[in-house]
Design a protein around this ligand. Structure first.
Ligand SMILES: C[S@@+](CC[C@H](N)C(=O)[O-])C[C@H]1O[C@@H](n2cnc3c(N)ncnc32)[C@H](O)[C@@H]1O
Length: 296
């Protein structure tokens, strides 16, 4: 494991310590992936809004507790934590400069002063030992190249008796928002199934793996509670289609298709989006775990 690397050129960011194994993830989130999330921050917040209350119910943040938010993105969860923990500081850590800019802008707009947003890789960030009472994350801990190293590093930042509350996606098979979109764009191909545990949205879908990783990282009493809430991709089919079209995994599925096949795949995607229009907007099935644990 290497902490720190020479400043990068050409990425607009320099001196961000990133584990070499996370370089590609960094390039993606600090590049187009993160920019898309930053530009569409309100839509993303809305898409996952249903997962905020169960995460905060599990985290049970109270006044004066120091909170660390891993993979904080546009900052909605860090700002919520800061409101609950004031006057103690909440810290949001993320790889994406664009999303952190949105988060800082929101903090200013909301006049929330007890919050800080830092660009870094949670796998190697030099957290102050025992510096936090609570660690939270909404969908921000599934992308580590070496999750054992990452959770051990995060664990060092939590005081003995401190808590952890995470939202992670369950397996791909119960997350229609991934399977239905991928199936629409398969265009006759048999799409590869990612190896179990490979970094990505459903890498922590297996409860045994989560218990093992957190146990090895110094957490006890690991508990997983299933939460089934829809992913909302937009109020109408037009906006939902535009939003889904911009997702990075959609771009990856389209990139090798010739023009006529691509057009057919996009027509299929549009009809799948239309088929998911409900009175509450365009919704796809989704399921997550709320993971809680205590630092031993
Ligand atoms: C799906 S987004 C979730 C963002 C935010 N938590 C939310 O709920 O809106 C995942 C986030 O994890 C961040 N991330 C991925 N790997 C990371 C790492 N190694 N260290 C810190 N952040 C990371 C990404 O930059 C991205 O912002």
């Amino acid at each position: 494991m290497v902490v720190g690397r020479p400043p990068r050129r050409g990425l607009g960011v320099s001196g961000v310590p990133v584990d070499p194994a996370n370089e590609d993830t960094f390039r993606s989130w600090d590049g187009p992936g993160g920019e898309y999330w930053a530009t569409n921050a309100a839509t993303f917040d809305e898409s996952m809004a249903a997962y905020l209350p169960p995460l905060f119910a599990a985290a049970n943040v109270s006044l004066g507790e120091r909170v660390l938010d891993i993979g904080c993105g546009n900052g909605v969860t860090t700002l919520e934590a800061a409101r609950r923990s004031a006057p103690a500081r909440a810290m949001g850590l993320d790889l994406s400069a664009s999303m952190l800019e949105v988060a800082r802008h929101r903090a200013t707009e909301q006049r929330t002063a007890n919050v800080e947003f830092i660009q870094g890789d949670a796998q190697v960030y030099p957290f102050e030992p025992g510096g936090f009472d609570v660690v939270i994350s909404r969908a921000g801990v599934m992308f580590f190249a070496d999750p054992a190293a990452a959770f051990a590093n995060i664990g060092r930042g939590v005081r003995s008796g401190g808590r952890l509350a995470l939202m992670v996606w369950q397996g791909i098979e119960v997350n229609e928002w991934m399977t239905a979109v991928a199936a629409a764009l398969a265009a006759g191909r048999t799409l590869p199934t990612p190896p179990p545990g490979a970094p990505g949205p459903s890498s922590l879908g297996n409860p045994d793996r989560v218990r093992q990783l957190l146990g090895d990282a110094g957490f006890g009493g690991v508990d997983l509670t299933g939460v089934v809430e829809p992913m909302r991709f937009g109020p109408d089919t037009g906006s939902a289609y535009e939003f889904v079209f911009g997702l990075s995994f959609v771009g990856a599925l389209l990139k090798d298709l010739d023009e006529p096949t691509r057009a057919d795949a996009l027509a299929e995607l549009r009809s799948v989006v239309e088929a998911h229009l409900t009175p509450a907007g365009v919704q796809f099935g989704a399921a997550a775990w709320i993971v809680t644990a205590a630092r031993t």
